[in-house]
Design a protein around this ligand. Structure first.
Ligand code: GYE
Length: 308
């Protein structure tokens, strides 16, 4: 019938949806899996994805968003490296009538109509889950004081702020649990190792527990602990967040005690939401990822099921 009308079928096909996505960077195993998820899901959905890597710098994200506005993409999506400082550029997107979808990390804006929805984990809850695991463990050694060192994520980022808060809230129930040092390791292995070396130098054998805001920093710190002649997982209990394959390997090797899951597989949801938004369908303001907790005891059994 198309041929009879003298037009090719493709002339009738809807034009592909264009999404501009500004990624934080490539700082961790989590982030790499997140990028793969978004790129694969775009391909699967027939979405044209304009992808920009900000190398952990907010100024690069602001530039990318402005360039997406100039290119008149259908939807702007981004994972904001830090929470604050987004009002101006998001107002520009709103003025250009381009909907903004947040993925993974939240923003702190006075006007929440500057974005349509936020898809990602509840980071406060992740911090609480890490704290609960430690409370239960501490109950088994009622006489010991437990000195904790904390490796924070990127300063000013939603996961660093929230994971600290949730953990503190829960461990406050037991006065024997004390955070004696807390510093950022910027979510990377290299920084995690470096800061842990400094912690060990300052506190030595006083350290009983390491709480790292992500697996990569924990894995870097594990190296530092070993180089200091101590046994990670035994001499120092190690707790982290994400649940990447590297964490499962470390648990199977007995060097990491528990990881709290945080799923990076947000791509398919993002594509669906972008379609719904452009189609004018109502979408929820907050879409929270469902996740679990994996202690070392289940690591070997769970490993084959891990998707990132
Ligand atoms: O935990 C960390 C990554 O924003 C949830 O960023 C994400 C965090 C993740 O670098 O590994």
């Amino acid at each position: 019938a198309f041929a009879a009308l003298g037009a090719s079928p493709s002339a009738f096909a809807a034009k592909p949806l264009v999404i501009g996505f500004s990624q934080v960077g490539a700082e961790s195993e989590w982030r790499t899996a997140n990028t793969v998820s978004i790129k694969d899901a775009a391909k699967q959905a027939g979405v044209t994805l304009k992808f920009a890597d900000a190398q952990q710098k907010q100024e690069n994200q602001v530039k990318a968003i402005r360039s997406f506005i100039a290119q008149k993409v259908d939807v702007i999506a981004f994972s904001p490296v830090v929470e604050s400082g987004w009002d101006t550029v998001l107002r520009e997107a709103k003025a250009a009538k381009i909907p903004v979808v947040l993925t993974d990390r939240a923003v702190n804006v006075s006007d929440t109509s500057l974005y349509v929805t936020f898809i990602g984990s509840d980071f406060v809850e992740e911090g609480r889950r890490a704290g609960k695991w430690l409370l239960e463990r501490a109950a088994k050694t009622p006489d010991a004081n437990l000195n904790i060192v904390e490796l924070q994520g990127t300063v000013g980022s939603a996961p660093a702020i929230d994971r600290k808060k949730g953990f503190e809230e829960v461990i406050a129930a037991n006065p024997r649990l004390k955070v004696i040092r807390s510093q950022t390791g910027d979510f990377t292995r290299a920084k995690g190792k470096e800061v842990m070396e400094a912690f060990l130098k300052a506190e030595g054998k006083k350290i009983n527990v390491l709480y790292a805001h992500n697996d990569d920093m924990a894995i870097g710190a594990i190296q530092a602990i070993e180089e200091a002649g101590l046994k990670p997982g035994t001499d120092i209990v190690v707790i982290s967040i994400d649940g990447v394959k590297g964490a499962f390997e470390a648990m199977i090797a007995g060097k990491l005690n528990v990881t709290v899951e945080c799923s990076p597989l947000l791509g398919p949801q993002l594509m669906q939401i972008a379609r719904d938004v452009v189609a004018g369908k109502p979408v929820p303001k907050r879409i929270t990822t469902v996740e679990g907790v994996f202690p070392a005891e289940v690591a070997a059994k769970e490993f084959p099921n891990r998707k990132y």
